[in-house]
Write a protein that binds this ligand. Structure first.
Ligand code: ZN
Length: 444
């Protein structure tokens, strides 16, 4: 159980703290605190891409956490305030108790960065077997309750009845509800659906748009894009990325088609586009594609696994097995990412393209994959970057994917089997002792 020391000083704090006032915090006995805590103006955004400012001016002290940042850092104490990690250290900082809202002793449990789900159909995907199969929007707790504190939403097959506009609205809704969210413009098809008329313009003018995706290749549901069409779109996201400092990523849905990643390899052979622009996903849907993607990572591309639910498809490579294999074979460990396809439909087609089975993805498959890896004997510090820092680096998500001073306070607390105990997003507890304490607006 969490142990809380509550100090009823909230009203006093709000009366003494004005916009951007600075509260000095005294040092611990051997390591000085390096931060003056700037209490944010609640009307000003802390940084692009995060949720609305945490209006709580109070501090949380997390003690005795076994920190994986994602690399193991040992047992540390963390001071949380204004939605960020303000300080980490071995000593307990001496604080004026009036500043402390709560003190939490994790008693040696693992503390990791929140998971980043880089591919989720936040508006609901699907619709591949008639209108009744359109998946409803994914509520907040299906992310935070699964340890996901940051999500990137996108459109897939249905980029007709679903729009970039509604996708952006859902990003904003999730931010208002307390987690971090972004999205891609476009969807499966060419020309891509956009809000402002072009991919480049969407990236330049809409803060939360990080790239284009999921553009489908090697799939019967794709627009069968030509090589020229693909590299032109890649150039659009690349240039817009340069203009804005965003990732500028072309996130590619890979289908079951035999052509696999041939278009991407050709783009690297024949154009000046950097490999980081191409981010293929679903690479473990069949063995030959997975092996092709492993080789592509050696050319500098990040490659994305999907944490598919268990399946009887013998050609599919399970996500946990794929991570183990990728790392054991010595492929670049910083180039592997994983996402859930949450909210998206997971159809099974026969050779004629006829649908034979339908399910939908859930973000909880990420933690299930992580637990499976732990059961297989993989050290948490070795596998955690796949779920956190690797995608944060590719997508240039400032303050995400790592536990360090100044980073957003997106935290997971896990027991030794990988069971979720507590989740904090932007400095607020969403899950405590396994119970969802913050829910989406219409969740009961
Ligand atoms: Zn897809």
């Amino acid at each position: 159980m969490l142990r809380f020391l509550y100090s009823p000083v909230q009203s006093r704090m709000s009366s003494i703290c004005h916009d951007n006032c600075q509260v000095p915090v005294s040092a611990g006995k051997s390591k000085p605190l390096r931060f003056l805590i700037t209490l944010a103006n609640p009307h000003r955004r802390l940084r692009a891409g995060t949720a609305t400012d945490n209006p709580d001016p109070m501090l949380t002290l997390i003690k005795n956490a076994n920190v994986l940042a994602p690399e193991p850092l040992g047992h540390l104490n963390l001071l949380i305030g204004a939605g960020r990690i303000l300080w980490m250290g071995e000593d307990k900082p001496s604080l004026d108790p009036r500043l402390l809202a709560e003190e939490v002793d994790l008693e040696g449990l693992w503390l990791t960065p929140g998971l980043i789900d880089g591919h989720a159909h936040i508006t609901g995907g699907g619709g591949e077997a008639g209108f009744a199969t359109r998946v409803p929007p994914v509520p907040l707790s299906q992310f935070t309750g699964a340890g996901v504190t940051s999500v990137v939403g996108l459109l897939g097959t249905d980029d007709v009845t679903r729009s970039t506009s509604s996708l952006i609205a859902q990003v904003r809704a999730l931010r208002e509800e307390g987690m971090s969210a972004w999205c891609y413009t476009g969807g499966y098809h060419c020309p891509p659906t956009t809000l402002t008329g072009s991919v480049r313009s969407d990236l330049v003018h809409i803060d939360c748009v990080l790239g284009l995706g999921e553009l489908a290749i090697s799939d019967h549901r794709s627009s069968q894009p030509t090589f020229d069409e693909l590299v032109r779109l890649a150039s659009e996201v690349h240039v817009a990325g340069l203009m804005t400092g965003k990732a500028g990523v072309l996130h590619l849905h890979l289908g079951d088609g035999e052509r696999g990643l041939s278009l991407v390899n050709r783009a690297l052979d024949e154009t000046e586009l950097p490999p980081r622009v191409f981010h293929p996903t679903h690479i473990n849907r069949r063995r030959a594609l997975f092996e092709e993607a492993c080789e592509l990572s050696k050319r500098g591309c990040w490659v994305d696994l999907t944490a598919f639910p268990p399946s009887d498809d013998t050609d599919e490579v399970g996500a946990a097995a794929a991570i183990g294999e990728f790392l054991a074979a010595g492929y670049p460990a910083d180039k592997l990412t994983i996402s859930s396809d949450g909210g998206g439909c997971l159809p099974v087609f026969d050779k004629q393209g006829e649908l034979v089975k339908l399910d939908f993805g859930r973000s909880e498959t990420l933690l299930q994959t992580l637990r499976q890896l732990l059961q297989n004997g993989q050290p948490l510090g070795r596998i955690l970057p796949v779920f956190t820092s690797n995608i944060a680096t590719l997508l240039r998500l400032a303050g995400k994917g790592r536990l360090q001073e100044g980073a957003d306070a997106d935290l997971l607390c896990l027991d030794e089997t990988g069971e979720l105990r507590h989740v904090m997003a932007l400095g607020r507890w969403h899950v405590r002792d396994g119970e969802q304490v913050i829910k989406g607006t219409f969740e009961t």
